[in-house]
Design a protein around this ligand. Structure first.
Ligand code: BES
Ligand code: ZN
Length: 465
């Protein structure tokens, strides 16, 4: 606790430390009415149509927003423009990351068999071949075990390996160690073979073939004895790309400043192949609407509205943002409210998750606000989203979501027709009231947050994805 903590928060922490009893704290009736009037300053202004419009702009107008893509950048510009229109101080924060770019040219040319028509796929993290390709004799290397190479001369050859027995990485490593120039792994079942090597290690160009293609090559070797091929894998490899966070600040009233900082965050990127309506256009949309409504209210706490890039590839945007906070800022930080997947008709009930499964000032405030403006909320244990870097940085944080997760999670079917205006509206009201409860200038000093009940069963972290 420190000199920055407000009375209301001391109350919350006292409640959670003493923890007797965990039942609802009953405020006097007059205080309750006053609190409701204050909640209404936010709750009655939440506009579900505006939230839905943001989901439409992001998930239909822009569509999938893959980390580092043009579309992600368009989402950033859209979000920044919205925050600016509310009068907030907006900053776009770039950061770089490394990602694997798939090879642009992949081919296998069999000498004397120009019309062969192989359709290889390239393994993720496969090294490239030289520009002219890797030319060598194809050798049947069985399952690619070390014993399959023992006593054979694989140097400069192209190893043809069947799927099965050991891992792809072991097969590729054994072939490379034996001196092969390239590796062709063929399937032992129907369909194409497309997989991944480890992101680092000693490998050579590695491609996947169908069972039919692999068996045909094997038969050709048996028939012709010497079969020479040129394998090309060109243009693949690690590249540096840029993603962005959006940072929109609502400063505290200059004469009523507790010095504290509160964060409201959501990620704006989506996975490849999905328009990310629920994950996470919905979270950004609710974040924007709370920012719009709060921007016309006086607050004694600085509120930073954030949207993060690169969440889907490892929470990179939020890790980057937290890394830019000074120790002094972290000491002034009270809590972080994160939204992730807050709008699917096909998901379950509203819930809060913390990284360690313990309640904190954010879940307590959420529990208190939800029981006033919606219905009492429980909490569970989940990381997997942008509250995690804040938690690790020492800032109380929770993600607000609906669980169990919808079946469209990370699918092309995560589209706007599955979005519930009501779910987003309820979320905006609950968290809007909670954020305002902490940040408003006239917080009643004696108000105490209701403690979120912890469910008897571990709630949703064990649900199937
Ligand atoms: N929205 C999901 C995670 C999530 C699940 C949040 C349940 C709240 C409740 C998020 O975008 C995601 O997919 N995260 C990744 C992990 C991340 C570290 C790459 C995941 O869960 O696989
Ligand atoms: Zn998400």
């Amino acid at each position: 606790m420190g000199k920055w903590r407000k009375a209301v928060l001391s109350g919350v922490m006292a409640a959670s430390v003493l923890a007797v009893p965990l039942s609802v704290y009953e405020a006097p009736i007059a205080a309750k009415a006053a609190t409701q009037a204050l909640d209404n300053k936010v709750v009655q202004k939440i506009d579900a149509e505006k939230i839905y419009q943001h989901v439409s702009a992001l998930s239909v107008g822009i569509g999938e927003r893959v980390t580092g893509s043009e579309a992600e950048r368009k989402a950033v510009d859209y979000i920044a423009a919205q925050y600016r229109s509310y009068g907030l101080d907006v900053n776009i924060q770039p950061f770089t990351f490394q990602t694997y770019e798939e090879a642009k040219e992949i081919s296998i040319q069999i000498a004397g068999h120009s019309g062969k028509g192989l359709e290889p796929s390239v393994f993720k993290y496969s090294p490239n071949t030289p520009a002219e390709g890797a030319t060598g004799e194809i050798m049947d290397a069985g399952l690619g075990r070390a014993s399959d190479f023992a006593g054979k001369d694989a140097a400069g050859k192209i190893a043809l390996i069947e799927r099965g027995g050991i891992t792809f990485a072991e097969k590729a490593a054994n072939a490379a160690a034996a001196g092969a120039k390239a590796v062709l792994i063929y399937n032992n079942t129907t369909g194409p073979l497309k997989s991944s090597l480890p992101s680092s290690g000693n490998y050579v160009a590695t491609l996947g073939l169908t069972k039919t293609e692999g068996e045909a090559l094997k038969a050709l070797i048996e028939k012709e004895q010497t079969v020479t091929a040129t394998v090309k894998v060109l243009g693949g490899g690690m590249v540096t790309k840029t993603s962005h966070n959006v940072v929109a600040v609502k400063k505290a009233h200059k004469n009523h400043d507790t010095g504290q900082i509160l964060y409201v965050g959501s990620h704006h990127d989506s996975v490849p192949g999905s328009p990310g309506a629920s994950d996470n256009a919905s979270g950004v949309a609710v974040n924007l609407e709370i920012a719009r409504v709060l921007s016309s209210q006086q607050t004694d706490t600085e509120v930073r509205f954030l949207t993060f890039g690169a969440e889907e590839i490892g929470l990179l945007g939020s890790y980057h943002y937290v890394s830019t906070l000074t120790k002094e800022e972290i000491d002034r930080s009270i809590g972080m409210f994160n939204f992730d997947m807050v709008g699917s008709k096909n998901a379950g009930d509203m819930i809060m998750f913390t990284v360690d499964g313990e309640r904190n000032v954010v879940t307590n405030t959420g529990a208190s606000a939800s029981s006033r403006v919606f219905k009492p909320l429980t909490y569970g244990k989940v990381g997997r989203s942008d509250h995690q870097p804040f938690h690790e940085g020492g800032i109380a944080a929770a993600v607000f979501s609906y669980a169990p997760l919808e079946p469209e999670y990370h699918q092309p079917t995560d589209t706007i027709d599955k979005i519930s205006k009501e779910k987003m509206e309820n979320m905006a009201k609950v968290v809007g009231a909670g954020v305002y409860q902490i940040a408003r200038k006239d917080t009643p000093a004696l108000e105490r947050a209701q403690v979120a009940p912890k469910p008897a069963e571990p709630p949703f972290e064990e649900r199937p994805l």
